[in-house]
Design a protein around this ligand. Structure first.
Ligand SMILES: NC(=O)c1ccc[n+]([C@@H]2O[C@H](COP(=O)([O-])OP(=O)(O)OC[C@H]3O[C@@H](n4cnc5c(N)ncnc54)[C@H](O)[C@@H]3O)[C@@H](O)[C@H]2O)c1
Ligand SMILES: CCCCCCCCCC=O
Length: 428
């Protein structure tokens, strides 16, 4: 049996014990992960220095502070996220319990990319742990030192049966993809994303695909060009331009140098320190240009615009939307599917189970659905199913009516009592 298959089987066996379900276990694992990030900061930054020449201080800023924030949030909010979520009732379910119960999915496969290997591999793991899943973690072989640190040190902190790290390259990832998972969370390029989805389809496994693409950046006439240039330059050249949401090309009315739309540099994601500038005649031309192409992961606008489609949109800055846990992060179309960060990560890796708990009484209400079907029953069904009633408002009104009745009764009793006292005084 291959090493990859063994890891998956062990993770499934661990999941089936049910120990990842209680919130205390999940919080314990999240806190251990937090300890790992803090205590092993040096191992993490040394590996990143060797892999990608990232600086010692850049590592916390771009890779691990975000992880710490996400872990803290999950620890603080887990009870709320995992609790049953009551939903609006209709007339047919007035006396029932109707709610959504987030449930763990099972065993999740997390495949990470090399460019921010901690941020994009461990962040999905936080969602997987919080949601009560087991997870097989496959870091990128390109960032090999990081991969080794994950393989050697993570098991010292986490439940190693439940969260195994499997290292290796394409053959190992392909072997993993042959196994049955309950969800696959892949971060990387769109070409491999299609292979991942194809492999997942064999087991009807749902996927989250965090892909890349050409994120456009539109600069309007009216913006402060000095600030725009500083922010765009930072967004583009951070990590040598190897950021999934780096502005890929600029659409600018004050153009210095033109790039033809059919040039090679405009056909594929650049993922490097090149920044083509395209001449457009104005905002409508820019929108047309963007909409004619694949849906990008991010859209940067240094002005006002909401007429285009992209994974995310950010006005007057670059990259920082990635750090906001309250925003869903993910692509659309060619830039991916599904989203995560904060509660979105928890929901993405949960089964949101619809629950309706009925009592065995009140059977009379159900007569309209039992045969024989009659026109009268259908009329009742039409009323119960189609009548749009604000059940909460009806409930409030019923409560008010009840209070009014109680107040009237109390008042009447008081009046009677007073009358009796008055009568007694008069008699005396
Ligand atoms: N949306 C995001 O959050 C995000 C984050 C980082 C990177 N990206 C995108 O990822 C891309 C860069 O990463 P990459 O793709 O070069 O990363 P990569 O080479 O590290 O590959 C990612 C993973 O895919 C696996 N893989 C590669 N080829 C495979 C194959 N043929 N079959 C099965 N598995 C295979 C690798 O083992 C690795 O674990 C860019 O397009 C970037 O925009 C997106
Ligand atoms: C402070 C801003 C943090 C930006 C981190 C960007 C990570 C992107 C991951 C995709 O490549």
């Amino acid at each position: 049996m291959s090493r990859e298959r063994q890891a998956v089987e062990r993770a499934r066996k661990a999941f089936l014990t049910g120990r990842s379900k209680p919130l205390d276990y999940r919080i314990g694992q999240l806190k251990s992960l937090q300890r790992f990030v803090v205590e092993r900061q040096k191992d993490i930054s040394d590996a990143l220095k060797k892999d990608l020449n990232k600086s010692k201080l850049g590592t916390p800023l771009y890779e691990t502070l975000g992880l710490e924030g996400e872990i803290l949030l999950a620890v603080n909010k887990l009870a709320e996220w995992a609790a049953p979520r009551p939903v609006e009732k209709n007339l047919l379910t007035l006396s029932d319990q109707v709610f959504i119960q987030p449930e763990p999915l099972g065993v999740v496969l997390i495949i990470g990319a090399w460019n921010y290997p901690w941020a994009v591999t461990i962040q999905p793991l936080i969602g997987a742990i919080a949601a009560g899943n087991a997870a097989v973690v496959k870091p990128s072989e390109v960032s090999a030192h990081t991969s080794k640190v994950m393989e050697e040190l993570l098991p010292l902190y986490l439940d190693k049966e439940m969260y195994p790290v499997v290292t290796g390259g394409v053959p190992e990832t392909q072997e993993l993809l042959k196994q049955r998972f309950d969800h696959i969370f892949y971060t990387g390029n769109s070409t491999v994303g299609k292979l991942v989805m194809e492999a997942a389809s064999r087991h009807l496994t749902p996927v989250t695909l965090e892909l890349g693409g050409k994120s456009p950046c539109y600069i309007d006439k009216d913006c402060d060009i000095t600030i725009a240039c500083r922010r765009i330059t930072w967004g583009k050249y951070t990590n040598c331009g190897q950021t999934c949401i780096a502005p890929d090309y600029i659409l600018s009315p004050t153009v210095l140098r033109d790039v033809k739309p059919d040039a090679k540099v405009m056909q594929e994601e650049i993922f490097g320190p090149l920044l083509p500038i395209i001449t457009v005649s104005g905002v409508d031309d820019a929108i047309r240009f963007i909409n004619e192409r694949e849906k990008p992961l991010a859209l940067y606008v240094f002005s006002q615009d909401n007429k285009t489609s992209s994974g995310g949109v950010l006005a007057n800055d670059c990259l920082v939307h990635f750090s906001v846990s309250a925003l869903p992060f993910g692509g659309v179309g060619n830039s991916g599917m599904g989203s995560y960060h904060g509660k979105f990560g928890f929901d993405q890796l949960s089964h949101l189970r619809g629950c309706l708990i009925k009592k065995l009484g009140m059977e009379g209400v159900n007569q309209m659905r039992y045969p024989p079907h009659t026109a009268k029953k259908l009329d009742w069904a039409r009323f119960f199913i189609l009548k749009q009633v604000d059940v909460a408002r009806v409930g409030r009104m019923a409560m008010l009516a009840l209070l009014a009745v109680i107040a009237a009764v109390v008042l009447q009793v008081r009046i009677k009592k007073n009358n009796r006292a008055l009568h007694a005084n008069c008699v005396q």
